[in-house]
Design a binder for this molecule. Structure first.
Ligand code: URA
Length: 225
């Protein structure tokens, strides 16, 4: 099925997200502005998740002038954000502005080049570090990685998350930029996940970089190469 026809794949179209992503893509954006851009994008994406997925309840509110019925978000205390090291760190910093009471998990995963290439030409993923809070069935879980490229790392990360809690209320895979291969792979591996991305890019190059993409998000955010 084409990506556009999948119900659980959504492109975040907020104008501030599109504006910020253009800054991130621009090669003239230096490290500090890049990192701040990822923080800003995380915040906007967090607000979009609140708008699309969180419920509100009616509550009485007393204004200085009268009594009205106001609305309060419910579920903000049942949010878990998973930081897929390392590029997600500034992205998660922004998400935390939208979900200040979220519990946080950290997963470090990477290509295991020593294990040799798999038959499909990709390297297996080694999970180097996992620290997750207890995830409850009523939780909204947001797994954040700014770049969804081949999807191999994300699939390995999701296995860890689902081992902890197989059926969270909401499971979001959030990225800034996605490649079609990654979206299809994650969607097929974990159909219960909702994939959110600010841009669905064209393809992966032979080194696994997303094109047009924004380069190596971790290196650009942390000033390494
Ligand atoms: N990771 C990145 O940082 N950039 C890509 O283009 C792909 C994976």
């Amino acid at each position: 099925m084409a990506i556009e026809d999948r119900d659980n794949v959504h492109v975040i179209t907020h104008a501030l997200a599109r504006d910020t992503l253009s800054t991130l893509r621009d090669t003239s954006t230096a490290q500090v502005s890049f990192r701040k851009g990822l923080v800003k994008l995380g915040r906007v994406c967090g607000y979009e998740i609140i708008d699309g997925a969180m419920e509100t309840e009616y509550v009485p509110v007393t204004t200085p002038l009268t009594e009205i019925t106001g609305e309060r978000l419910t579920g903000l205390d049942d949010v878990v954000i998973i930081n897929v090291l390392r590029a997600a760190t500034p992205f998660v910093e922004g998400l935390l502005k939208a979900f200040p009471s979220a519990r946080q998990g950290i997963i470090s995963a990477g290509r295991d080049e020593q294990a040799g290439m798999d038959e499909d030409g990709t390297f297996p993923i080694s999970i180097d570090y996992v620290k997750l809070p207890d995830i409850n069935p009523e939780d909204t879980v947001i797994v954040a990685d700014p770049m969804l490229a081949t999807g191999s790392t994300m699939c390995a990360v999701l296995e860890e998350v689902l081992d902890n809690q197989p059926d969270p209320e909401n499971l979001f895979v959030l990225s800034a930029v996605s490649a079609p291969d990654g979206v299809l792979r994650v969607d097929e591996a974990v159909p219960t996940a909702t994939l959110l991305t600010v841009a669905l890019d064209d393809h992966l190059d032979e080194d696994g970089y997303i094109v047009p993409g924004l380069g190596d998000a971790g290196d650009r955010a942390f000033g390494t190469d």
